[in-house]
Every structure is written in C-alpha cells, then in structure tokens.
Design a protein around this ligand. Structure first.
Ligand code: PMP
Length: 317
C-alpha cells in the first residue's frame, strides 16, 4: 500500500489486508478515477513461484493512469512490490496443479471533494488471492448490437473501473439470453470485432491467425501480446487488423473458420463453440483447436518451467 501526497509516493508498507476508511466525498467513488491490473503468480514444477511479464503490467497500469489523469507509479517499484508480496505470502504454498496467486494492483483517487477535477491524492494497493486451477469449458458469445463497450477516443484502452461498470448490464442481459459472454463490436458501425468480456479474441481463418488491431478502443492484453509472439515464433502468419463480424460468418459458411478463442490472464485460453449475431448463429467444433492448444500449452508450459523461456518472460520470485 502506498499514498500519493504532495506529488510523490510515500508511506510504502506491506501489511495484512484490512478495511479502508474513506470519506463519503472520496473522488474515486463519485467520478471514477480508479485503474487496476490483474496478474497471476504461478509455481514451477520445482516449486519456485514466478511472475509473468510483470513489467508489462507496470507499464499498462501507468498508461491507464495517464488516461485517467492519475500519476504514474514507478515501474521498478511496482515490480519490486509485487515480487516482495508474493515472496512473503506464507499462506500460499501452491501445489503444482495449475493453482496460482492472483495479484490485483490498483490505484484510486483519495481527495475529499465534490467537484469534477483530478484528485491530488491517490492510494496504490496490491492485494493477492490464491486461486485454484482454472478449468475452462467452451464458451458461447453474443455479438452485441445494442450496447458498446468502448469508442475510439474513449477510455477502452485503459484498465479503468468504469469500463467494467459499463459492461455489467449488457453482460447480464446476454447471460439471461443463454450466452456466456459478449463479443463487443465497434461503437460506430457495430461491425468490427473488438474483444470479449475480459479477454482479447483470436480467429483462425484458412490457416491464418487474425486478431483485432488495437485502435485505442480495446485493452492491449498481455496474453494477446504473448500469443502473437508465440504464434509468429512457431511460423504462423498472424494478422492484427480490422475484422468484421460478417467476415467471420462468411468464413464459417465457406468452411474456412477453423478456430475462435479468447485470450486473457485468468483463463489463458477460452475456446469459443457458438457465436450469435443479429438472429444468426454459428457453431464450432472445438475438439480440434490446434492453435488454441498450442497457445495454452506454450503459455502454461512457460509458467511452470516445462517450456524453455526463450522470450525472458518468466521471473522467479
Ligand atoms: N480485455 C479486457 C477488457 C480485460 O479485462 C482483460 C483482462 N485483463 C483482457 C482483455 C486480457 O488482458 P490480459 O491478457 O492482460 O489479462
């Protein structure tokens, strides 16, 4: 936990989790200056806890913070704090079974003021939570044609609390209609695919791996970035470009849509078995998802030390 006061970070401490005391006019509660990260520490086969690309999370929270008019938290301090916290987390003796320690760094405004302006004081907190193995079942997606998550020029690229609040209502409706998650489309034409719930998305069309380009309206996932590198390294053609929902349905009709899967820290890979758009639906056979399996096996292998870390992504604690 740390406080930002008078233009600098101070009161750095590690302490047991406890309640916070906030004034009712806390700026974050009213105007949403709040950003966060989600990362996981896993354990290798030899029992060594490891972080995965922690500097990327440090950079991303600062990018989110800058968009929300919040100060940067020094990147080296971020990595040091996460490393220390994981190291002293005595309750966490995870077996080598896919269990992990979820790590939630977050920053929020602490000024007590009711007018709309950036706060001058902030808190930065990192908390951890042991999580069991994440068994993913194939998911169904509803391409959303009424609500939008993010527009170009908005805050979609920031991991800002408000983005998640905006998604709650459409996600609830989609779940009531029998879908697991929403596939977000662009805010202008409801045509181009952005991302899925808390994941980025990949398509395999006629042997080519396609993922939506980041144009300021989607979160630049660290899993997404890692997969692009892994796929290119394995010799696949990867395209980051605009991809329309119509293109996906047309590829399916032509028998060229081979795989659709989500990518994110929590599930690593979520295979997609059904996509609904505007009254039409496609079904996919997930039993032969070679690329999704390669992505999952490589990333989990890197994390548990059974795949050589040639990219230097895995940092022992
Ligand atoms: N998009 C959104 C909206 C998310 O919340 C997440 C999870 N952080 C992702 C994509 C995937 O990002 P990452 O791979 O960094 O977990």
């Amino acid at each position: 936990i740390a406080d930002y006061i008078d233009g600098k970070w101070t009161n750095l401490e590690i302490k047991p989790i406890q309640n916070l005391s906030l004034h009712p006019s806390n700026l974050a509660l009213h105007y949403g200056q709040s950003v966060f990260e989600g990362m996981k520490a896993s354990v290798t086969k030899e029992g060594v806890p490891c972080l995965f690309r922690p500097e990327m999370h440090a950079k991303r929270i600062n990018k989110s913070a800058a968009r929300m008019c919040m100060p940067a938290f020094p990147e080296d301090l971020f990595v040091e704090a996460v490393t220390k916290l994981v190291g002293i987390e005595k309750n966490w003796i995870p077996p080598y079974d896919g269990s992990a320690l979820y790590i939630r760094p977050f920053m929020f405004a602490t000024d007590e003021f009711l007018g709309v302006r950036p706060s001058e004081k902030y808190k930065f907190i990192i908390m951890t939570l042991p999580v069991g193995p994440y068994y993913t079942k194939p998911v169904s997606l509803k391409a959303e044609t009424e609500f939008v998550r993010a527009a170009i020029g908005g805050v979609g690229e920031a991991k800002a609390a408000g983005n998640y609040a905006a998604s709650l209502y459409p996600a609830k409706l989609a779940q009531e209609q029998g879908f697991d998650q929403i596939m977000w489309l662009d805010a202008k034409e409801f045509k181009y695919i952005q991302e899925v719930g808390t994941m980025n998305i990949f398509f395999v069309i006629d042997g080519v791996i396609v993922t939506p380009q980041t144009d300021g309206a989607i979160l630049k996932g660290i899993t997404r970035d890692s997969f692009i590198t892994i796929f290119k390294d394995a010799g696949y053609k990867v395209e980051e470009r605009l991809i329309g929902i119509d293109e996906v349905f047309a590829a399916h009709a032509d028998g060229k849509l081979q795989e659709v899967f989500g990518a994110g820290t929590a599930a690593v890979v979520s295979k997609v078995e059904r996509i609904h758009h505007d009254g039409k639906e496609i079904k996919l056979d997930v039993s032969d998802y070679k690329i999704a399996n390669l992505a999952y096996d490589t990333l989990t292998g890197l994390r548990n030390g059974t795949v050589e870390d040639k990219f230097g992504w895995v940092i022992p604690v």
